[in-house]
Design a protein around this ligand. Structure first.
Ligand SMILES: [Zn+2]
Length: 230
């Protein structure tokens, strides 16, 4: 067997996802933070992992789209493996969480809800997949009030599933001035999303996914304020 380390990697995984020095360690820590967030949520804490790299594009066998390990899917699987009977992933990153979907599709006890711009990277998520993956594609430049209606529809579906733990792929790239997409949300919409996650009334594990504007810290703060009921 030949073990390839970051020093000996010969090529990047793809154009978006380089074989950075020490990326294995960084990606492993991001997974570790997701698992720590799960433990904290189970203790009743309001929790958010700021760690990167993000994860929702990574499948079980493919690194892509800035994502190396699928932090949120790993944490959801860990919850199922340690007693949870019903878990849901709510993915409001502006890109489709194709990796999370690929890992959770038709997995008993899991459901996936993704709201994302289409057309946009990675091009998937145009319709529901399997029995448990529900996709809500949104056209570029959809007005905020329309976008919120779609988010509400996804949340309504999630509530009907009655998860005992919710995992949130919190990406902030549906922001109006994000350079990687063409959507319209403002900071107060992310506050509203935090409030909606809080009022689900079950442990919630929020992990940072995308978000590429200089306003990212403010957008995260708005979400945290909503999550904390402030
Ligand atoms: Zn994204």
């Amino acid at each position: 067997m030949k073990i390839i380390t970051d020093e000996s990697a010969l090529a990047d995984f793809d154009g978006d996802t380089p074989a950075h020095p020490d990326i294995f360690d960084h990606a492993s820590r991001s997974v570790g933070a997701a698992l720590a967030a799960l433990a904290a949520a189970r203790q009743g804490e309001t929790v958010f992992s700021l760690m990167r790299p993000p994860g929702h594009h990574a499948t079980s066998d493919r690194v892509m789209g800035f994502c190396y390990f699928n932090n949120i899917a790993i944490a959801a699987l860990e919850a199922l493996a340690t007693g949870a009977k019903r878990v849901a992933v709510f993915d409001f990153d502006v890109h489709h969480g194709n990796g999370t979907e690929a890992i959770l599709v038709d997995r008993p006890g899991a459901a996936f809800f993704s709201i994302h711009q289409h057309p946009c990277y990675p091009g998937t998520g145009t319709g529901d997949v399997g029995k448990n993956c529900f996709n809500f594609p949104v056209a570029p430049r959809t007005p905020r009030d329309e976008y919120r209606k779609v988010l509400t529809r996804a949340l309504d579906g999630l509530k009907k599933f009655k998860p005992e733990i919710v995992f949130v792929s919190a990406g902030f790239d549906a922001y109006v001035r994000d350079p990687l997409a063409q959507e319209t949300l403002e900071a107060e919409d992310f506050h509203w999303l935090g409030e909606n996650v809080r009022t689900l009334g079950v442990p919630a594990v929020s992990l940072l996914e995308g978000g590429y504007s200089t306003a990212l810290p403010d957008l995260i703060f708005a979400y945290l304020q909503g999550l904390a009921g402030k």
